[in-house]
Design a protein around this ligand. Sequence first.
Ligand SMILES: [Ca+2]
Ligand SMILES: [Ca+2]
Length: 303
Amino acid sequence: MLLAVLCLVVMLSFLVITTAGMSKQHADMQIARMGMTRARQLAEEGIAVAVHPVLRAGDPLLRRNVSDIESYEAQLTTEERRLNLNALLTPDRLPLLERIFQSWGMTLSDSQDISASLMDWIDPDDLKRRPGSAERMDYEFAGKTGLPLNRPFSSLDEAEMVARMNEVRALKPDWRNWFTLRGSGQLDINTAPAEIIAAATGASLENAMMLVQTRNGLDGIAFTQDDAPFKSIEAAVSMLGMTGPGSAGALPLLTLQGPTRHIECIGRFGDSRCGIGLVLTQVGGRPRIAEWSEFAVKGPGQP
Ligand SMILES: [Ca+2]
Ligand SMILES: [Ca+2]
């Protein structure tokens, strides 16, 4: 009898502990959900401020502490900080794409074959541009029917399907960070990273880093008030040391301010953080939202 009572007590204690644990877990989840909702609201508030056309990168209005635990911070850049992959797939621009692949350590002939395969993917015919590139027959041979799509890329996921793109991914796992499908096709020397500027113009990485350091202003940090964007292409080109015969070809690629605005804003509520990305294109002189995305942001100390 005593044993049965003891067993019952143990079982009841177990149930109480488990239920208490589950309630705490449920409450924690509820708090985390509420925190994320507020963080998202704050990110949206920042976006609403940042879309104003007169604001420039580094403007103090782009960051706000609403309270000790609530804040947002928005960054203004342009989609032209990356290269528009579709715009590179022309006979004039293809050598630029080949040069970028080579800057990642690819051989000349591999870079030419893969660049030609990307172009074969978007051109309307089924004729191979190079013996080493891929067209319909090659995809069929590999058991992939209906490829290539014979139209410009509508997502970078599609570009992953092109023959031998796995080799590009192996060389440069973050290759997607170099490309966009939104920009005007030019490269914004006031927002592009040094690595992309160097590979696209043929300038040395040291010179491209010096250019980025200069435009970041005295504090050396991007998106702050003392940023000093270049006001003339000539000044940027001279800092890049582009004096060789190839430099003239790179000039039409460069712009001082890309027209496609890219806004990122991170809202924070306590430990919860929410990021929102927005791409604004100009249609008939008016801004239009071309892309809206939400991304996860890790807080300090989070794995
Ligand atoms: Ca084709
Ligand atoms: Ca073709």
